[in-house]
Unconditional design. Sequence first.
Length: 129
Amino acid sequence: MEAALGNRIIIKRDWAAPAAARFYCDILDGWSLAPTFRSSGTFSFLIGGVRIDAGPGTRAPIALVVDDPELIAERCWNAGFTVCVRDNHAGDTAIVVTDPFGRQIELVPRVSEIDESQTVNALQSSGAS
């Protein structure tokens, strides 16, 4: 699926769309936003009210607020994706999954509906991983 050319990696797009849809829609219960494939080489998804752009070249780690991090981690693991459990920036245990493109996503348990967008914004701006 990948071919090295100098210091660049070329990724065939034929596997990217199904892999992205499987991870972001089937496993994370998201919705694909049209157009499915953007000219920048990314796909856009809506997960829990948050837009996520994914694809080759989108490797900056993000945090995602979810109802049940353990359930999603189990789905990822069962589907063959990488799941890590480690200490996060606050000294708590964090569950981090890796999407098909190598991006790490910290699964943050939902505290309340009111805190969700503030939590995602704060974690994204701090560069949490």
